[in-house]
Ligand binder design. Structure first.
Ligand code: ADP
Ligand code: MG
Length: 384
């Protein structure tokens, strides 16, 4: 049997083994909002066994008890979070392992997907009292670094950007739009600020400032909804020695992504300018869905180039990276269509295979002159 396989097939099999071989998909249900209650909403979502999500027009407690089973569409995810789930639990289940992997020099990414008002920004950024995944990940990262060493061997750098209307902007130092370029690490935004971070408190302030720079526009769906995609990248670099005493430089990168609302532009009924934005947001999200489709179907050509967002996510979707998707949904039957749409894409994303996630490491060049070598060794001894 083995003899009939061609080389290409063999490579794929070995690449698919190990962690990071599939996108992990989680669903988070948010509590019913006051506005939704006042509008007479019924709950159309029920989560059972921490994994199964039922989407139905009749999912009230009494209906459930009466029918003893749920009717409607059924989905299963890696975990599904009921509306009582706190931020720490969401972080621990979805992202903590990725932070550990980043500290081993591997790449990881987490993105929140869903309609406007479904809870993406709450999940990613959160509030001062209830910080979200971005903040908890950085806090955990610093705690883990402190456990490992107290000598400043690890360098943590942050960048925060947004894609708005097919334009890439630096959220840490707003200015002219950034140009995307391909280099050996993948697609990068040229000139993006890399901020060296030393503590969690400082990062929290930085993120909030960055978030205020995000382009937000009133829409009918949600007055403070963001029409932009925000990407936080955390890069950790440090040196290690291997068994042969070679000094290696390791780099791990964690990308945390808060996507703009996935609702169709038509649903928000906006005027000319807004509909242009809507079209572009759709273009990015449409491109994202085409990429997901192409990846699921195992196509050779994945249309990453169709939008800025998919160019930036190329690494996360089809690359050697641990990838997590969190689909955010509202419980209200008034959002039935959007929720169905979100669950459909989340269900589809489960099928995406990613390449095995290797460690990014590079042998450090040892200086040539003897005095420089002595200095280099002294420096390393200090660091380790
Ligand atoms: P999105 O970013 O998807 O447009 P938001 O994160 O802004 O949505 O959430 C909309 C509203 O719902 C906000 O007021 C937010 O504080 C609230 N919210 C969202 N998720 C939760 C949650 N899990 N618990 C409590 N409030 C939430
Ligand atoms: Mg938001």
């Amino acid at each position: 049997l083995g003899g009939t396989k061609n080389v290409e097939e063999l490579e794929t099999i070995s690449e698919n083994s190990g962690i990071g071989s599939r996108i992990l998909v989680f669903v988070r249900l948010r509590p019913m909002a006051k506005k939704e209650k006042e509008a007479g909403s019924r709950c159309c979502i029920r989560i059972v066994n921490r994994r199964d999500v039922y989407l139905t027009e009749f999912a009230s407690e009494t209906d459930y008890l009466r029918l003893k089973r749920l009717r409607g569409r059924h989905f299963t995810f890696d975990a599904s979070f009921p509306d009582s789930t706190n931020q720490q639990e969401v972080y621990s289940t979805t992202t903590a392992e990725l932070v550990e992997a980043v500290l081993q020099g591997r790449n990881g990414s987490v993105f929140c997907y869903g309609a406007t008002g479904a809870g993406k920004t709450y999940t990613m950024l959160g509030t001062v009292e209830n910080p979200g995944v971005m903040v908890l990940a950085i806090k955990d990262l610093f705690a883990k670094i402190r456990q490992r060493s107290c000598d400043g061997n690890h360098v943590v750098q942050l960048s925060y950007l947004e894609v708005y209307n097919e334009t890439v902007r630096d959220l840490l130092s707003p200015g002219r739009p950034l140009v995307l370029r391909e280099d050996k690490q993948g697609i990068v935004a040229a000139g993006l600020t890399q901020y060296r971070a030393y503590s969690t408190d400082e990062v929290m302030a930085l993120l909030q400032r960055g978030n205020q720079n995000r382009t937000t526009e009133p829409t009918r769906v949600n007055e403070t909804s963001s029409r932009s995609h925000a990407i936080l990248q955390v890069m950790v670099e440090y040196r290690v020695k291997d068994a042969a005493m070679n000094v290696l430089n390791r780099v791990g990168k964690l990308s945390l992504i808060d996507l703009a609302g996935s609702e169709r532009a038509l649903a928000t009924d906006q005027r000319t300018l807004r509909s242009l934005e809507g079209a572009n947001i759709n273009r990015s999200l449409l491109a994202l869905s085409s990429c997901i489709n192409a990846l699921v179907e195992g196509k050779k050509h994945i249309p990453y180039r169709n939008s800025k967002l998919t160019q930036l996510l190329k690494d996360s979707l089809g690359g050697a990276c641990n990838t997590v998707m969190i689909a955010n949904i509202s419980p209200s039957n008034l959002s039935f269509g959007e929720t169905q749409n979100t669950l459909h894409w989340a269900d589809r994303a489960k099928e995406i295979r990613t390449k095995a996630c290797q460690q990014n490491e590079e042998l450090l060049q040892v200086p040539e002159s003897e005095t420089d070598q002595a200095k280099f060794i002294l420096q390393l001894q200090k660091e380790n």
